[in-house]
Design a protein around this ligand. Structure first.
Ligand code: PLP
Length: 418
């Protein structure tokens, strides 16, 4: 492959990509003897030095359990954990830090809402509406809740480009709808869902809207009050933070009306064998020792992204996406799956005669990390009549040189399998 590696052709936009890359130690790694080209950001993002250092510093200097101790370290850990909640509040523009529940990630956030908000309310004949482009974690928890209640899961279809059929949403969201659960950005297609419009339709019928922001938060500035949704979920590891920590934002009155979903320490007010009373949100939903270090690392990651600026990140990634689309479409036999007008940072594709896993394996030999398979979105694959795609997903540290490496790698795969 004749690609200049390690030399950047910075994408247009305001980001100094070369400088940003230096923040991420792993990007200096070689994989299979080649400089790493990391294009699997949809699965998880790499961590900047500031996040890695914050985790180490927390464990080196502040580590203790939160909320229970009278000693200095416990107070320091509690302060850091509370500060992380305030950072998440600012990041989402939530009205109050009490609306921020720390969870393990998007999956746990959605399960929390499905268990604690939906299950007690859903009745036979009610409907939960999702879209045809959801990740399994925004399908299965609703299926479980619907099964338990005798409610029905309704699916808003997508068109051939992978855009949500808003005309269908208007028909399918109706008086029986109790919850509408939509992704903000599709992990398999990159399509951006017009969330504000969906919220308008749902609220017209008194339904509550949960937005799965797993693929959105590192690409689009999110303001939950402006979006108008009722719950918003995201994972720390997809926004340069640690694994094992994520955020559920919920409107205060909704959280206040939800019963606990797990019992244990820290989520109670008083416990006796006769009667236990529960803490207010968010603590009611955080039973047991939380991932304190994770929350500290997440807050640093959110501040890192905020300092760079999500508008600058979005402009850079849009440029990369346009460049990647043009480069990849020039490869004979390559089809891009997901061609919506409004897309964020993801190019899913198939190549005639080559299994997506084989594309991934050939690219790996060149040090290029992409993802291949159904991306936990089997219904999307079914919609397009395929078993899987190869997927390149970009982050703020990717450059046009990475796209060139990807295109050259796919071309080698086509030659190998010709
Ligand atoms: N929702 C979407 C759109 C995703 O892409 C993912 C992960 O890929 C998830 C939910 C689940 O996130 P997690 O595994 O961090 O809980």
């Amino acid at each position: 492959m004749k690609v200049e590696r390690g030399v950047f052709a910075p994408a247009r936009g305001d980001l100094d990509v070369a400088r940003l890359r230096a923040d991420f130690p792993i990007l200096a790694e070689c994989v299979n003897g080649r400089p790493l080209v990391y294009l699997d950001n949809g699965a998880t993002t790499q961590k900047p030095r500031v996040v890695i250092d914050a985790l180490a510093r927390y464990y080196e200097r502040d580590n203790a359990n939160v909320h229970r101790g009278v000693h200095t370290l416990s107070r320091r850990a509690t302060d850091a954990y509370d500060a992380a909640r305030a950072t998440a509040q600012r990041f989402l523009n939530a009205a109050s830090a009490d609306e921020i529940v720390f969870v393990r990630g998007t999956t746990e956030a959605i399960n929390l809402v499905a268990s604690s908000h939906a299950r007690p309310r859903l009745a036979a004949g009610d409907e939960v509406v999702v879209t045809a482009m959801e990740h399994h974690s925004n399908i299965v928890p609703w299926q479980l809740a619907c099964e338990a209640a005798g409610a029905r899961l309704v699916v808003i279809p997508i068109d051939d480009a992978g855009s949500l059929r808003i005309d269908q949403a208007e028909k399918l969201i109706g008086p029986r709808t109790r919850i509408v659960a939509v992704t903000h950005v599709s992990n398999a297609l990159g399509s951006v869902v017009p969330v504000a419009r969906v919220v308008e339709l749902a609220h017209r019928h008194g339904a509550v809207v949960l937005v799965d922001g797993a693929q959105a938060v590192s690409h689009i500035a999110v303001d939950v009050q402006a979006l108008g949704c009722d719950f918003y979920a995201f994972s720390g590891h997809k926004i340069f933070g640690p694994t094992g920590i994520g955020v559920l934002w919920g409107r205060a009155p909704l959280l206040a009306a939800m019963p606990p979903w797990q019992g244990g320490g820290d989520m109670i007010r008083t416990v006796s064998f006769e009667k236990t009373t529960y803490a207010e949100p968010p603590f009611r939903f955080e039973a047991g020792t939380p991932d304190i270090g994770g929350a500290v690392g997440l807050a640093v990651a959110l501040d890192y992204v905020t300092a760079i600026g999500l508008d600058a990140i979005a402009a850079h990634e849009h440029d990369l996406l346009a460049y990647a689309t043009e480069r990849l479409l020039g490869i004979p036999g390559l089809t891009i799956v997901g061609t919506a007008g409004d897309k964020a940072s993801i190019v899913s594709f198939t190549v005639d005669g080559i299994h997506p896993h084989d594309i991934g394996t050939v690219l790996d030999q060149e040090g290029i990390a992409i993802r291949a398979g159904h991306h936990c979105a089997m219904p999307v694959m079914k919609r397009f009549g395929i078993s899987g795609t190869a997927r390149a997903s970009f982050a703020l540290y990717n450059s046009r040189a990475d796209v060139d490496a990807l295109a050259a790698g796919i071309e080698s795969a086509t030659r190998l399998f010709a």
